[in-house]
Write a protein that binds this ligand. Structure first.
Ligand SMILES: [Zn+2]
Length: 274
């Protein structure tokens, strides 16, 4: 990829520093204006065609102008998947390097600076420092874990709301579930807000869990099911609507009979501490 190409017309002496590198790279060095007339023995080379399709014919041997410029060469060094903080999900990336080159007739011949490395997200095209690749796993897990905690709590709230009512006992149990999931106290106001939003949205627990659980790990599915079970049994027994939701959850979470049973047993072992 060529980012810039600032071509300059310069007088260039092949016998000065720099010409050796050009010759090694197979770039023809020509007799140039800086050369004294007595050294114009290489003038026979001037009739050769040079890279870029330019022909030197027509230029006086003593006064040859050479097109020199710079450009940034960008190369893809590696591809893979990373967690893109902009897209907030796993995306394809390209690890790329960009290096300034001296060009001769628009052809990059000599690097003139250090390569700069960056990560390019194929989703949003944002550019990142390569350290994003080391951070992604940790960062991704942290974001995903926090997202799961909120989703599991909302799932439990929706299970409670399956029968369109919420009692004081259910609120207390939900607050304890919230504390276990989020690792902090959730006051009645915050929980009330969560419940009223869930109630207004009218998204049924089954539909909500069906979509959000696609991102959950097996362990998270079990944890969410335990939270929903504890919420559903807050008043000692499950009523019709809640029982129905909880039986649907096995299929929705794609759990085997064994996994479902284990999660319920783990929930029964849990002690909710006020
Ligand atoms: Zn992105």
């Amino acid at each position: 990829m060529i980012d810039s190409n600032v071509a300059k017309t310069l007088s260039f002496d092949p016998h000065r520093n720099g010409s050796v590198a050009l010759e090694r790279l197979g770039v023809p060095t020509l007799s140039l204006s800086a050369e004294p007339l007595s050294k114009s023995t290489k003038s026979d080379k001037n009739s050769k065609s040079v890279p870029g399709g330019h022909k030197s014919q027509g230029f006086p041997a003593e006064c040859f102008m050479i097109l020199i410029g710079t450009m940034n060469l960008t190369r893809t060094r590696e591809t893979g998947q990373f967690y893109c903080p902009t897209c907030r999900c796993a995306q394809e990336y390209r690890l790329r390097s960009r290096r300034p080159f001296l060009t001769l007739y628009f052809i990059p011949v000599v690097p003139i600076g250090a390569a700069e490395w960056f990560v390019d997200c194929r989703g949003c095209r944002d550019k990142w420092d390569p350290t994003v690749l080391q951070m992604d796993q940790r960062e991704h897990e942290q974001v995903q874990a926090e997202q799961f905690q909120r989703e599991a709590l909302r799932s439990a709230v929706l299970v409670v709301l399956a029968d369109d009512q919420i009692s004081g006992t259910e609120v207390n149990v939900l607050r304890q579930i919230a504390q276990q999931l989020l690792g902090r106290m959730v006051d009645r106001e915050e929980l009330g807000e969560l419940c009223s939003i869930a109630q207004q949205n009218k998204i049924r627990a089954a539909n909500y869990v069906m979509t959000v659980s696609r991102r959950w790990s097996e362990a998270q599915k079990s944890e969410a099911l335990q939270a929903m079970f504890l919420a559903a049994t807050a008043e000692g027994k499950m009523d019709g609507a809640q029982l129905q939701v909880m039986t649907q959850m096995r299929d929705i979470l794609e759990l085997t009979e064994q996994e479902y049973q284990s999660a319920i047993e783990a929930a029964l072992q849990r002690e909710l501490v006020e």
